[in-house]
Design a protein. Structure first.
Length: 194
């Protein structure tokens, strides 16, 4: 079995002590923040072209890694990179296309939501990742948002009109440039009644 030799002790023949090992095991995960309500309102107004649209202060549903189920919907995930309740993040491997049509690998979140009443609903995905494009796919088509660095937080949105008790299913996945491998971090999916 190989001994762990971080740069600071390379060349020394002694194995790490428990204290040294704990020091190297501590990792810092990027903080992914949800967009502020003011920024969300601005984003929705730009998206819709309607300067009068309002976004309520509280979503009717919010799903996170710590809370993937709600009476109004749920989140299932195919091949999560890591389901991290400590940091409340879902690590998502980017979709990488295989050599044939229909062949791919990566992480996909499958979500659904049941409308509480007739109306237009705003679906919001809060994420991060280095040069990640998050895709939000549903009956509205394929909406995307780009995030440049791990220190930034991105937001992808979509609008859906539904009737009381009507269900909508949608997916989220991420990609990088040139069909490359990467890692996105999903913080939450929120649904607002506009």
């Amino acid at each position: 079995m190989n001994k762990i030799k971080p740069k600071s002790i390379v060349g020394k023949s002694k194995p790490l002590t428990q204290v040294q090992l704990k020091k190297y095991q501590k990792g810092k995960v990027s903080k992914v923040k949800t967009i502020s309500l003011i920024k969300l309102k601005t984003l929705v107004r730009e998206f819709t072209g309607d300067s009068n649209v309002t976004v309520p202060g509280t979503p009717v549903m919010e799903l996170t890694p710590r809370h993937p189920y709600d009476t109004l919907g749920l989140m299932d995930v195919y091949r999560p990179g890591r389901w991290d309740c400590t940091y409340d993040l879902l690590y998502m491997h980017t979709i990488v296309q295989g050599s044939s049509i229909g062949q791919w690998e990566g992480t996909v979140a499958y979500l659904n939501f049941k409308a509480t009443q007739n109306g237009t609903y705003l679906i919001v995905g809060n994420f991060s990742g280095y040069q990640i494009t998050m895709r939000l796919n549903g009956p509205w088509g394929n909406n995307t948002a780009y995030n440049a660095t791990n220190q930034d937080s991105g937001t992808v949105i979509a609008l859906w009109s539904g009737s009381a008790n009507q269900k909508v299913s949608f997916t989220m996945n991420c990609i990088t440039k040139n069909n490359g491998h990467g890692l996105g971090y999903l913080k939450s999916v929120q649904v607002y009644l506009l």
